[in-house]
Design a protein around this ligand. Structure first.
Ligand SMILES: Nc1ncnc2c1ncn2[C@@H]1O[C@H](COP(=O)(O)OP(=O)(O)OP(=O)(O)O)[C@@H](O)[C@H]1O
Length: 635
């Protein structure tokens, strides 16, 4: 680990720690300027003064980064008490009420219903306020809420999948596509007002999904006295907050309660890195909420990357309106290189060159805009035999869409193909399709039969029981199975690709895949993945497809430690690599649109992860769609 340098900006912060007036310090600074590192140093200083600060972050990866930095820079320090806001809330409940308040949403949706209703009520309030006088207001009783949840689900499914242009609703621009919208609305029997409601509620729902991992924090706010009790009991006088730009209203309220309990705070963030804004019905800036009552600090130069990347980043975020520039302190250059190539998903040649210079693959990362769009990149790496590691998500062949295709293989082949535990996951993924209408209890019974645990609590997969499970499934749902029988009888006559297409419609797989996606954009990427995999299965046939899948799974497990990271930009926040590669440039849409600011922030986060090299891979088409590259100075 390199030596840390402290200059006058750092000294000002360290001095303030000794005499904190006002009692809240706020550092707003750009990427790589050492925000996390400074917070770690603050932790050390406070520790040496006899304090035991509480460290709060928004994400698990943020918490892990803080702990790792502490360990590497100051190995003599005891590990910090570091939590995400939710983790903290859960700990408080466990500590003070002897009960763990919440389980993850997927397992216990019933427990969270009231919290979701609370958030939905808030969304309804905002929506009602924005309606015109003659538009119908929505009451907030429980029956209306239940209806609204249902309405959103139905509308999302029908609008998203049945009728164009809603198949593209994530990109739909109402003004431009007015004709198409009217046409589609008429065919769906929906009024324009209902469409607008749908769009607004969809936003509300995305916000709820966003709150889902924030449910525990939400719950804590209903018993805020526990916060003061906890801080007092632990003797906490200082709270350090990393990733402050991601602080959402629910977290901010927790901080307010901490402040009211007399705690001092130091918070660090970069307002240009707020890439979760799209999830909010209203934009919320934690910086704005706190700036009036905080001592402001700055860190003006990035240690991470050199020129001209800092200038490019400044040009990129300029339209966002924040006056802080990105400036570099590093003595090396970090010059973005644009590589024109036909196969813009294929980074293998670059990585081979990198290894040929004696450097390790683990110093490189390939960042994608959406985790679900990683298939072409993974395919290219596999083909070239380059070891990689997905970070923050599973490789595509273990994601839900691929598991569903695995189950389709089983259904579409005359002899059952069962290879490994992922076939059980595939079965479990399939039976959750709305088409089967299997109760939670039946699903859990299947699960218990298929996965038990040994004496050390490790999972035991009953592969031998899987054919029986499919047989029971057939008995449970006669109607779709009649279709399956039909599919098998007609096996010779109807091409496999067509049968699979029918089967996936019959089993309602598209809504299943899309409804679990956190955003419209992710839903589209997931549907595209499902479609691609079904086409591959249709071309290869079940036996070859399964064999290929098994090979990939085995290879992935065998890859050694020296691996290039493949990650979504969201998961890469707070991280850095010597060489960052951005393939598939067409996925980064910075043209003027409703989402332009959000897209700029995503691209800013991505390019500022690079220490020494940044390479963009693009083909002719992507370049034609990316006139903004010239605007920011990447050639
Ligand atoms: N005071 C310092 N002296 C030397 N190197 C530093 C110092 N502060 C940070 N660095 C180095 O600069 C890089 C970026 O630091 P850090 O991750 O703390 O920045 P950050 O502002 O939190 O970045 P981001 O906003 O992108 O997450 C790291 O490699 C870190 O070791």
């Amino acid at each position: 680990m390199h030596e840390l340098e402290w200059d006058s900006e750092h000294q000002a912060i360290f001095n303030w720690l000794e005499h904190p007036h006002p009692s809240c310090g706020l550092i707003c600074a750009r990427a790589g300027t050492g925000k996390t590192t400074t917070l770690v140093a603050a932790y050390k200083k406070l520790h040496s003064q006899g304090h035991s600060p509480l460290v709060l972050t928004f994400s698990n990866s943020g918490r892990d980064t803080f702990i790792k930095r502490c360990r590497s820079h100051f190995p003599e320090l005891p590990p910090p008490q570091s939590y995400t806001f939710d983790g903290y809330a859960l700990r408080v409940f466990a500590q003070h009420s002897g009960r763990s308040r919440l389980r993850p949403r997927r397992q216990r949706p019933d427990v969270l219903a009231n919290l979701i209703d609370l958030a939905m009520n808030e969304a309804i309030g905002i929506l009602n306020d924005s309606l015109l006088e003659d538009e119908v207001r929505i009451p907030s009783d429980s029956q209306s809420l239940a209806m609204l949840h249902q309405f959103i689900d139905d509308a999302k499914v029908s609008l998203s999948f049945n009728t164009p242009p809603f198949a593209l609703w994530g990109e739909l621009d109402e003004e431009e596509d007015e004709f198409d919208v009217d046409d589609a609305l008429m065919r769906l029997g929906l009024s324009r007002q209902r469409y607008r409601l749908f769009k607004r509620f969809e936003n509300a729902r995305e916000r709820l999904e966003f709150l889902a991992p924030g449910d525990a924090a939400f719950d804590l706010l209903r018993e805020p006295e526990m916060i003061a009790k906890d801080l007092k009991q632990l003797g906490i006088r200082w709270v350090l907050v990393d990733e402050f730009h991601d602080t959402k209203p629910v977290h901010e309220q927790i901080l307010r309660h901490m402040q009211a309990a007399g705690v001092r705070m130091l918070m660090v963030g970069d307002d240009a890195q707020d890439i979760y804004e799209w999830r909010g019905l209203t934009t919320f800036s934690a910086f704005k909420a706190w700036e009036a009552q905080s001592t402001p600090f700055g860190l003006s130069r990035s240690f991470r990357f050199g020129r001209p990347l800092d200038q490019i980043a400044t040009r990129l975020i300029k339209p966002l309106g924040s006056p802080i520039e990105v400036r570099s302190k590093a003595s090396h250059y970090t010059r973005p290189k644009l590589r024109k190539t036909e196969h813009e998903a294929d980074a293998s040649a670059l990585l081979e060159d990198w290894q040929a210079t004696g450097r390790s693959l683990s110093e490189c990362a390939i960042l994608v805009r959406e985790a679900d769009a990683s298939k072409p990149i993974e395919d290219a790496l596999f083909k070239a035999g380059i070891a990689y590691r997905m970070e923050g998500s599973r490789p595509y062949f273990l994601r839900q869409a691929a598991l569903l295709c695995q189950a389709l293989c089983y259904l579409a082949s005359s002899t059952p193909i069962v290879h490994d535990s992922s076939d059980i996951d595939a079965f479990l993924a399939l039976i959750q399709s709305p088409a089967w209408e299997i109760s939670e209890e039946q699903i859990s019974n299947f699960q218990k039969e298929l996965i038990s645990t040994d004496h050390e609590n490790k999972p035991l997969y009953r592969l031998d029981w899987l054919p029986d499970a499919y047989a029971i499934l057939k008995g449970l749902i006669p109607a779709p199975m009649a279709h399956l029988a039909f599919v098998r009888i007609k096996e010779e006559k109807v091409p496999l690709a067509q049968r699979l297409e029918e089967l996936s419609e019959q089993l309602n797989l598209k809504p299943l895949v899309a409804l679990t996606a956190p955003t419209a954009r992710a839903a589209k990427a997931r549907l595209h993945l499902l479609k691609t995999l079904i086409a591959e299965l249709g071309n290869a046939g079940p036996a070859a497809y399964c064999k290929e899948g098994l090979k990939r799974r085995q290879r992935y497990q065998q890859f050694n430690k020296q691996r290039v990271v493949v990650s979504s930009v969201q998961q890469a926040k707070g991280r850095e690599w010597a060489h960052v590669i951005l393939p598939q440039l067409g996925d980064w849409v910075l043209r003027d649109s409703a989402d332009a600011a959000n897209e700029r922030r995503h691209f800013y986060v991505a390019i500022t992860r690079a220490r020494e090299y940044l390479t963009l891979l693009a083909n002719e088409q992507s370049l034609a769609q990316s006139p903004w590259l010239a605007e920011i100075g990447i050639k």
